[in-house]
Ligand binder design. Structure first.
Ligand SMILES: C[S@@+](CC[C@H](N)C(=O)[O-])C[C@H]1O[C@@H](n2cnc3c(N)ncnc32)[C@H](O)[C@@H]1O
Length: 242
C-alpha cells in the first residue's frame, strides 16, 4: 500500500465511522473519487430499477427517464446541474441529440475527469461542462429550455435556491426535471417517523446534506410553485421505506 493509498484508506474510514468528522460536499466526492458502483461508467446515482438487472443499466435508465420526462430533443439547450462525471450528458447527446448541454458541478476533480470523458467521446462541441453551483448559476436569464438534475438537488444549499435559479434561467415555457431523494412517508407511528429521521440524519451528516432539504413531496411541490413553476407530470417515486 503506498503512502497516498494508505492515507486515502484511513481518510475513508475516518469519514465513515468517526461521527465528528464532517466533510464538505466537494471533499466527500473527492474522497469517493471514481469508485462508483457502476462498471462501465462512473454514474453516482441509485438508478431506476424497472426491467433491468444491473446498476449500470439502472443508472442509464434513470438518466433516460429524466430526459424523457423533460421531452429532451433536438433544438433544446439543456442545463444539467450536478453532473458527476458527465456520463448522462454523453448518453443524452448521443440519444436525445439536444442542440447543447451545459453542465454545472462544484467538485473540481469530477469536472476535470468529466471533461476528459466528453473529449474522449468527441462531444466537446455539444457538451460544455463548467465548474459552478446550481444555487448561483453563471447562466444568463431565460437562456435554457430544460434544466435537469439527476440525484443531486438534495445536496444544494438550498434546494429552494436552486428552484429559483432554475426558474430565472429558463425561457418562458421551459421545463425542470429532477430525480431527487426525499422522505416520502409521513407515518402516524412516532417510532417509524423517528427511525426515518435518524437514518436521514446519518446519511445527511456523511454527505453534507443541508437539514433545510428534509421535507415531503407536498412541500417540494409548494416550493416549486413558490419559485414560479407550474407543477405537472409529478413524481415517480422509488420508496425504500417500510
Ligand atoms: C450523487 S452525485 C450525482 C452525479 C450524477 N448526476 C449521476 O447521476 O451520476 C451528486 C453530484 O452533485 C454535485 N453537486 C453537489 N452540490 C452541487 C451544487 N451546489 N451545484 C452543482 N453541483 C453540485 C456533486 O459534485 C456531485 O457531482
Amino acid at each position: 500500500m503506498s503512502y497516498n493509498t494508505r492515507d486515502h484508506f484511513f481518510g475513508y474510514l475516518n469519514w465513515l465511522f468517526n461521527p465528528f468528522h464532517g466533510l464538505k460536499t466537494t471533499e466527500v466526492y473527492d474522497l469517493i473519487g471514481t469508485s462508483s458502483l457502476t462498471e462501465n461508467a462512473l454514474y453516482l446515482n441509485l438508478g431506476y430499477w424497472r426491467d433491468v438487472d444491473t446498476i449500470d443499466e439502472a443508472s442509464e435508465e434513470l438518466a433516460l427517464l429524466v430526459a424523457k420526462r423533460g421531452s429532451m430533443g433536438p433544438g433544446d439547450t439543456v442545463l444539467d446541474c450536478g453532473y458527476g462525471f458527465g456520463d448522462q450528458d454523453i448518453l443524452w447527446a448521443r440519444n436525445m441529440k439536444p442542440e447543447k448541454i451545459i453542465g454545472l458541478n462544484i467538485t473540481n476533480s469530477q469536472v476535470e475527469r468529466a471533461r476528459m470523458n466528453v473529449a474522449d467521446a468527441g462531444l466537446e462541441k455539444s457538451i460544455d461542462l463548467r465548474e459552478g453551483s446550481a444555487t448561483e448559476m453563471p447562466i444568463e436569464n431565460e437562456s435554457i429550455d430544460l434544466v435537469v438534475s439527476v440525484e443531486s438537488a438534495f445536496h444544494y444549499r438550498t434546494r429552494e435556491d436552486f428552484f429559483k435559479e432554475a426558474f430565472r434561467v429558463l425561457r418562458p415555457g421551459g421545463r425542470l426535471v429532477t430525480a431527487d431523494i426525499l422522505p416520502t412517508k409521513n407515518s402516524d407511528n412516532l417510532f417509524s417517523r423517528t427511525e426515518q429521521w435518524i437514518s436521514w440524519s446519518l446519511v445527511a451528516g456523511k454527505f453534507n446534506i443541508p437539514p433545510e432539504n428534509y421535507y415531503l413531496i407536498p412541500s417540494y411541490n409548494n416550493k416549486l410553485s413558490k419559485a414560479g413553476f407550474v407543477v405537472g407530470g409529478n413524481l415517480i417515486s422509488a420508496d425504500f421505506g417500510n
